[in-house]
Design a protein around this ligand. Structure first.
Ligand SMILES: [Zn+2]
Length: 284
């Protein structure tokens, strides 16, 4: 067996999730590290938050591969008032590299959206909003069929049972005319996807599962477009990609005779801590 170096791992991940697929505003790629440094253990996480940096130290990882960027905008200091700075300092001090694979992994085949669709048991999965100029199977979101149609309320339970548990749970917005209409075709938009609800052509999906949903976007989707919207915790929707990527990396390490351990983070980065059930409006 041979030790992989950071540039080997970055190159391999870039063949699966080309940086050129990333959105123009995004910042993906290697953030910290020496391309020549050996990588014996990689820790996969949704967010490069302090608890993940601490976990990387605990498990003696040489590389953290995170979905979300540490910095999206230019920074001119690494003081504690700068988000991400403490994590950068912790990782640099320990010699741990950091690689970000973000919107390039959202649109690529076998990426974040495919993993979410698979976790929800969808079949006959295809790209929701194809980007054919970039290649076959590339684009935002996925759409597929539930094993059997479910009423909207049952869909909420179905989703909650298949994603990591979070304090806020799952919210379901049901069109008034569709309370009992079965949902068969389901679209997924991992991460904050409400800005794309308008782009879904009529009839493509009965329901959309996404995160960080805003009031007016959901009202329009429900009242104008008749779509059922299922809002799930952002990190929970993206977490299913981590074990899929781990298996992919382990397979590649085997083929290339790399002595490489792949660890999926056990830390939850969903920021919500508490959900208080609603009371009836007239009781307020
Ligand atoms: Zn995200």
């Amino acid at each position: 067996m041979v030790a992989a170096c950071l540039s080997d791992v970055v190159e391999q991940v870039s063949t699966w999730y080309p940086p050129g697929y990333a959105a123009g505003w995004d910042r993906v790629g290697c953030v910290l590290g020496d391309p020549r440094q050996a990588v014996h253990r990689v820790l996969l996480a949704v967010d490069p938050v302090p608890q993940v940096a601490a976990e990387a130290l605990r498990c003696r990882a040489d590389l953290v591969l995170a979905h979300h960027p540490l910095f999206l905008h230019g920074v001119h200091a690494l003081t504690d008032d700068i988000p991400g700075a403490a994590v950068a300092r912790t990782l640099i001090k320990a010699g741990i590299a950091l690689l970000t694979v973000h919107t390039n992994a959202d649109v690529a085949p076998d990426g974040v959206n495919d993993a979410l669709a698979a976790a929800l048991g969808l079949t006959e999965i295809s790209v929701l909003l194809p980007e054919p100029e970039r290649g076959e199977g590339v684009g935002m979101g996925r759409v597929g069929l539930l094993p059997s149609p479910l009423a909207p309320a049952a869909l909420g339970r179905w989703v909650a049972d298949r994603l990591p548990a979070t304090a806020a749970g799952v919210r379901v917005a049901i069109p008034p005319t569709a309370e009992r209409s079965p949902v068969g075709r389901v679209a997924v938009l991992a991460g904050a996807g409400d800005s794309l609800l308008d782009a879904i052509a009529p009839g493509v999906a009965d329901a959309v599962i996404t995160s960080d949903c805003r009031h007016h976007r959901v009202l329009d989707a429900v009242l104008v477009r008749g779509l059922c919207v299922v809002d799930v915790a952002h990190a929970a929707a993206e977490a299913p990609w981590l074990p899929m990527l781990a298996e992919r990396l382990r397979g590649e390490a085997g083929r290339r005779d790399w002595a490489l351990d792949v660890v999926v983070s056990g830390e939850r980065s969903d920021p919500w801590s508490l959900h208080v059930p609603a009371i009836r409006w007239e009781q307020q």
